[in-house]
Design a protein around this ligand. Structure first.
Ligand code: ACM
Length: 552
């Protein structure tokens, strides 16, 4: 049936019988607790098919029946579901509302690619086509509870509509975490009412380098944008309806030049003229990092106070504080930072970095939240509830899990989707490792030698989408798809060891149905044969540059 991600168990009627819906479509029998999923079905399936999905009449079960049954013996956890299709209709049963929601995504895939459109594509005067489903049973549930994608909206801003669209795309692939990288050297993307200059000044830059750092080209068009607090509330609520959690990231104490450009007192003003700094227009890691002062802590506590209101704990217990890649040159040169090291009794400049992170670790824990940060945060020792995004390979994640911390695996060598997906000069602005669709399909979130206790701390994995060389949504689509479909199968489906995975089977399902689903969804994916002419960026250098030794 070409489902992606592949369900655990599919039992099909041996005789190939099908249940056919009439032109008016099914009636909907919505059991207790299923109203939200019924609403989504009416909105999404109704739009694609033209069906009204009227409520089943009194005493009638309905042709399409929704149920939540937490008491059944679901061995795949609370996100599990069952689909039964027989002569008397279709039954979707979730272990929870979330499981039921995933069953509706499977139902959409079963109906065919056109079920992913926003209006019936037939245009036929005689009405919609007959939709039908195979008789059979599907029993399914996820391998991991954290199935995520990180989107960097700081380097290139993705307008709100694009974020909502990505939430739909994640949900269609049964992914359930959107980690939003909201701040960096090159932009601050979230309104903070008590510090308005963060967006007045920090949300745009005058120009951007076009291509990677090695490129001599510039795009002289100003770039910017930010989400108002109401935009964020809308994004969070939209995601929640689709059982996707949004995890916000405010990166500190490095990757902070946009904030310093807005409020120069946040920077190391004794060694650099912070008042003269703008939002960074280049790529890389800025030397302009936060000053290690109490005033800076108070400033960021204010930021996080507003953030916690926008991201309620039941939606996102985790708050990401970045903590990665903090250059130390300014702290080394700064008499004020050196004095601070002595006062705090911390271990040099590295100790200052962990002092920042530990402060917010405690601050968030006091408010019932959990800190998550890039694996550098391990270096200073962490409070028990803190979790780690393991990006510099698996090592940080292994160390964290062995020390009893929860871990999200996102090693850059495997699941950084900014990295090129094929060798050769045709890939647009090619950077990093070659990581093909097959490579992503063979990504394994749990390293082989982890003890069972440590492996239980691997919450799951996420694919990270850094946008330096993705200047718009089409470029993001190109980097993300089809690889995110392979990633979704890795984190949802049961998988043998990487080398034993049947990539040909996955590719077959992609070709038979999933590319058509992506077409119906309007995704500008990388075609299997390579980029279309307008997807190329001839003459824009990536890294490593052509002829240079590979960095793999
Ligand atoms: C990162 O890629 N700096 C987390």
């Amino acid at each position: 049936m070409d489902l992606i991600p592949a369900p655990r168990v599919v039992l099909l009627d041996q005789e190939g019988r099908r249940y056919a819906f009439g032109p008016q479509g099914p009636s909907l029998g919505a059991g207790p607790g299923t109203a939200a999923v019924a609403r989504r079905l009416r909105a999404e399936l109704g739009a694609a098919t033209g069906w009204d999905l009227p409520a089943a009449g009194d005493g009638r079960a309905g042709d399409l029946r929704l149920r939540i049954d937490p008491d059944r013996d679901w061995d795949l956890g609370p996100e599990s579901y069952l689909i039964d299709i027989g002569p008397d209709g279709v039954e979707l049963t979730g272990a929870s509302a979330t499981g039921l929601f995933w069953s509706a995504q499977t139902l959409r895939q079963l109906l065919g690619p056109d079920a992913h459109r926003r209006a019936p594509a037939t245009g036929r005067p005689q009405g919609p086509p007959a939709w039908s489903l195979p008789h059979g049973t599907i029993a399914d549930g996820p391998r991991f509870g954290w199935r995520g994608m990180m989107l960097d909206v700081a380097r290139h801003f993705m307008p709100k509509d694009g974020v909502l669209r990505y939430i739909d795309l994640l949900a269609a692939h049964k992914l359930n975490v959107l980690h939003l990288h909201l701040t960096d050297d090159q932009g601050w993307r979230i309104e903070i009412k008590r510090h308005p200059r963060l967006t007045e000044v920090g949300a745009w830059r005058a120009r951007s380098r076009r291509g990677h750092r090695a490129s001599p080209l510039w795009n002289e068009t100003p770039h910017g944008g930010f989400y108002t607090q109401d935009d964020i509330r809308e994004i969070v609520a939209y995601a929640a309806e689709r059982h996707v959690r949004v995890v916000p990231e405010i990166d500190l104490p490095g990757h902070s030049q946009a904030a310093i450009a807005a409020y120069p007192e946040l920077g190391n003003a004794d060694v650099v003229d912070t008042a003269a700094l703008g939002v960074w227009d280049d790529w890389g890691i800025s030397e302009n990092v936060l000053a290690p002062t109490e005033a800076v802590l108070r400033f960021y506590e204010g930021v996080f106070e507003e953030l916690l209101e926008l991201f309620p704990a039941d939606v996102s217990p985790f708050v990401h504080v970045g903590g990665d890649e903090c250059p130390k040159a300014q702290w080394k040169a700064s008499p004020a930072a050196q004095e601070r090291i002595r006062e705090l009794g911390v271990d040099g400049e590295d100790g200052l970095q962990s002092w920042f992170v530990r402060h917010f670790d405690g601050w968030l824990a006091e408010r019932g939240r959990r800190l998550i940060g890039w694996d550098e945060i391990l270096e200073g020792g962490l409070a028990p509830g803190a979790a780690v995004s393991s990006w510099r390979g698996y090592a940080g994640g292994i160390a964290a899990a062995e020390a009893g911390h929860d871990v999200v695996m996102c090693p850059e060598q495997q699941v950084y989707l900014d990295h090129r997906q094929a060798a050769g000069g045709d890939e647009p602005m090619p950077i990093g490792y070659v990581r093909s669709l097959e490579d992503v399909y063979r990504f394994e979130p749990v390293p082989p030698n982890l003890s069972p206790e440590a492996a239980a701390h691997v919450l799951g994995a996420q694919a990270n989408v850094w946008t330096e060389v993705m200047e718009n949504q089409d470029r993001v689509d190109y980097q993300v798809f089809p690889r995110l479909a392979a990633f979704a199968e890795v984190v949802w489906s049961w998988q043998p060891a990487p080398e034993e995975r049947d990539f040909a089977w996955f590719e077959g399902r992609m070709a038979a149905a999933h590319y058509a689903r992506l077409d119906a969804l309007g995704v500008a994916y990388r075609p299997p044969g390579g980029p279309l002419p307008w997807q190329r960026r001839p003459g824009v250098l990536g890294r490593p540059i052509e002829g240079a030794p590979p960095i793999v």
